[in-house]
Design a protein around this ligand. Structure first.
Ligand code: UT7
Length: 350
């Protein structure tokens, strides 16, 4: 059995910065409210139509691959996490494979929202451990700006999210005790609808056995997946009961971090850096306090990027590494919680 190590990290955010003041031009909100409740000052939005989740993932991947000292041709598997794919299908993994002119390797898409990257990393880790692959590209990328309700109606969700991408290259190491020490994955689908985007989807309530053939002929069939009524009722936007999500997040984050540390016989004092999914600065601060971590043991950047869901952990990891906060031998914990609910952690010895 091999261990997996992160051989290179990369990140990309669009050039366009969208401040809280910019947000106020579209809806009834304030810089004060957004900063006080979330910590966010600004986020990056991909406005150009030629900039997609995949193209941002490609930019982050190029950097990660170069830093790993390899070329796109050396990548032998792709795991791509996103909730905002370029197409409903196929997924972004194959689009990235095409864009980077990689070999006809496997490409897998992960749909686990905020914990998508940690799940993707765990999947890649298993393939490295068994010796099946040697250079796996793991990407988390999101283009939220195309799917948010920028009217006052959607303000509790729209002010939170930002666009961007992060990537890592995972390789095997025979250096015992280094690389990914463990990953822990969890889910509880009982609250699936609390933070969800219902449409387009196959759940349509008006579908029943009684649906008549005539309905298919007058266009009803197509309407079930995405109808004018759904758009008129804003059912094509994400829906979130923020306070309910907050309560579970502050419970599950510390649990899954401690689970990772305990599984390896370690404690919070051993931790060089906690990189939590950037959901809300108040959530990160709550987790820090609960675990008794110093300020220098937690990396937050939500102030500048907002919540980039699957991209938030790899962006924060890359940024922390670039800032010299992670050095060889350091213990780093990645942790995430979000829609599903799903939550996860990965403990690494750099
Ligand atoms: O990453 C995925 C996981 N997601 C999360 O972890 C999100 C967790 N939840 C949160 O971060 C917070 O719940 C939010 C930031 C989403 C909301 O903050 P909150 O303190 O829970 O506010 P709230 O939803 O309880 O709303 C309080 C008030 C309401 O007004 P009333 O009813 O008290 O008059 C809202 O209408 O704030 C109002 N409000 C806003 N006001 C100005 C909601 N959004 C806004 C806004 N600007 N953008």
């Amino acid at each position: 059995m091999f261990q997996s190590k992160i051989a290179g990290t990369g990140m990309y955010v669009p050039a366009n910065v969208f401040t809280n003041q910019d947000m106020m031009k579209f809806m009834d909100t304030s810089d004060e409210w957004i900063q006080e409740r979330t910590g966010i000052k600004e986020r990056h939005f991909a406005h150009r139509t030629d900039e997609t989740t995949t193209t941002m993932g490609v930019e982050a991947a190029k950097i990660a691959i170069e830093r790993a000292g390899i070329t796109p041709q050396d990548i032998d598997f792709i795991v791509f996490a996103t909730l905002s794919p370029d197409y409903y299908f196929p997924g972004c993994g194959v689009l990235l494979q095409r864009a980077m002119q990689m070999k006809e390797i496997g490409a897998l898409d992960v749909r686990n929202q905020c914990s998508g990257f940690v799940y993707a990393l765990s999947v890649a880790d298993q393939f490295i451990k068994t010796g099946m692959y040697k250079n796996i590209l793991v990407v988390g990328a999101e283009k939220h700006s195309f799917g948010l309700d920028f009217s006052t109606r959607g303000r509790n969700v729209s002010v939170i999210f930002g666009d961007g991408a992060g990537a890592v290259v995972l390789q095997p190491t025979e250096d015992a005790g280094r690389g990914i020490l463990s990953t822990h994955l969890h889910s509880d689908g009982n609250n699936a609808e609390i933070l969800a985007m219902y449409n387009p989807g196959t759940h349509a309530n008006h579908w029943s056995k009684e649906t008549k053939l005539a309905d298919f002929n007058d266009g009803e069939m197509g309407d079930m997946f995405m109808s004018h009524a759904m758009i008129d009722n804003a059912q094509n936007f994400p829906n979130m009961d923020g306070p309910s999500v907050f309560k579970v997040a502050v419970e599950k984050f510390p649990q899954v971090i401690m689970e990772a540390l305990k599984a390896n016989g370690l404690d919070t004092s051993d931790l060089r850096l906690l990189i939590p999914h950037q959901a809300n600065l108040r959530i990160s601060q709550f987790v820090q306090k609960k675990l008794g971590l110093r300020d220098d043991q937690v990396h937050n950047n939500i102030q500048r990027y907002g919540n980039t869901t699957a991209a938030s952990v790899p962006i924060a990891l890359c940024e922390a590494w670039e800032q010299g906060k992670i050095k060889e031998g350091d213990l780093v914990c990645l942790a995430a919680f979000g829609s599903g609910f799903t939550w996860a952690s990965a403990l690494l010895r750099w």
